[in-house]
Design a binder for this molecule. Structure first.
Ligand code: HEC
Ligand code: HEC
Length: 271
């Protein structure tokens, strides 16, 4: 049977249309971010929260320390704002990122908003040519003697395969001009402490890789790892704020420095 086009049918049709409109409206609400309503004042409060609860790991400017560099347009664990907020409440299991219990929901939103403003700084134009930087890294810089990138290189320094996730521009610059300063910012990070140890068999200067109550492992300048029992040590000196990395301010021109930094910034787990 065919439906006569009566008033009832037309009304039904209208109801259907408005129902569809409602549906698409709620889909739009759904796509909105919980951070959309934040004001300038909220972001300023978020910065205060950051300084108290986050800076000790992520650095005052968010450029990385024990925790990762947050001045990145794309964060690995926080693809959207909901994921960012959830991560602050729950931490990231299996990493050093703890759940931040001491702040309430409102403060969590504010600090998440502040983290996103850090990310937007990344969009600014970066000086330097990453390809030239890669050449300097491998060539005149001599960096692979102490660092590994994606399996290439050896030595004492930390692996730089994803250093662009972990560190920001200013931090990277400082690690080239004043390595002892960046080392002391990351002193909590166990790999970065320089130690001098002596046993009856040998004497080693290097980075402490691991230490517990009874044993100590040290990586020397060539990358070799030495294990000691603490009771066999005749000398064990922790040398704070002393880096085994040379300073490069004199060896590299300003342009070389920019190129090298933009190369390191490009070393990411995802681009
Ligand atoms: C005890 C040190 C510590 C504290 C405190 C800390 N973080 Fe982290 N955070 C980390 C570490 C370590 C990681 C890196 C996880 C990884 O990549 O393995 C991390 C990761 C993150 C990430 C994910 C980055 C990415 O690549 O996706 C965000 C976002 C973040 N932290 C924000 C914060 C904020 C905001 C606070 C303060 C409310 C905070 N963290 C406090 C150590 C810390
Ligand atoms: C003689 C060894 C040596 C050489 C050569 C060297 N480094 Fe390092 N580098 C280190 C050590 C050791 C550290 C660990 C922190 C410290 O002691 O300052 C380090 C730290 C770093 C860091 C900081 C990493 C972090 O996560 O905090 C960066 C970046 C870096 N080096 C880049 C370079 C680049 C680029 C070159 C070449 C221009 C280079 N290094 C050459 C030994 C070296």
């Amino acid at each position: 049977m065919t439906l006569p086009i009566t008033k009832e049918v037309i009304a039904m049709f209208h109801r259907l249309l408005s129902y569809l409109a409602l549906l698409s409206m709620s889909a739009a609400t759904w796509a909105q971010s919980p951070l959309d309503g934040l004001t300038e004042a909220d972001i300023a409060d978020g910065k205060k929260v950051f300084n108290v609860h986050c800076a000790r790991c992520h650095g005052i400017a968010g450029q990385g320390g024990e925790g990762s560099n947050l001045v990145r347009a794309k964060l690995k664990y926080a693809s959207d704002d909901d994921a960012l907020i959830a991560l602050l409440a729950e931490g990231i299991p299996g990493t050093g990122m703890p759940a931040i219990w001491l702040i309430d929901d409102q403060k969590r939103l504010q600090v998440a908003g502040y983290v996103r403003t850090l990310g937007r700084l990344e969009a600014e134009e970066m000086p330097g040519d990453p390809n030239r930087g890669a050449d300097i890294y491998r060539g005149s810089g001599g960096c692979p003697a102490c660092h590994i990138i994606a399996g290439h290189g050896t030595g004492i320094g930390p692996e730089l395969t994803h250093v662009g996730d972990q560190r920001g521009r200013d931090y990277l610059r400082q690690s080239l001009t004043d390595p002892a300063a960046t080392q002391s910012q990351t002193r909590g990070y166990k790999n970065f402490l320089t130690v001098r140890v002596k046993s009856l068999q040998k004497e080693v200067e290097g980075l402490r890789i691991n230490e517990d109550a009874f044993t100590l492992q040290v990586r020397d300048m060539s990358g070799t790892i030495h294990s000691f029992r603490k009771d066999e040590l005749t000398q064990f000196e922790k040398v704070f704020a002393h880096s085994l990395m040379p300073e490069y301010s004199a060896a590299l021109s300003d342009d070389d420095m920019d190129d090298l930094i933009s190369y390191m910034m490009s070393l990411r787990s995802e681009s």
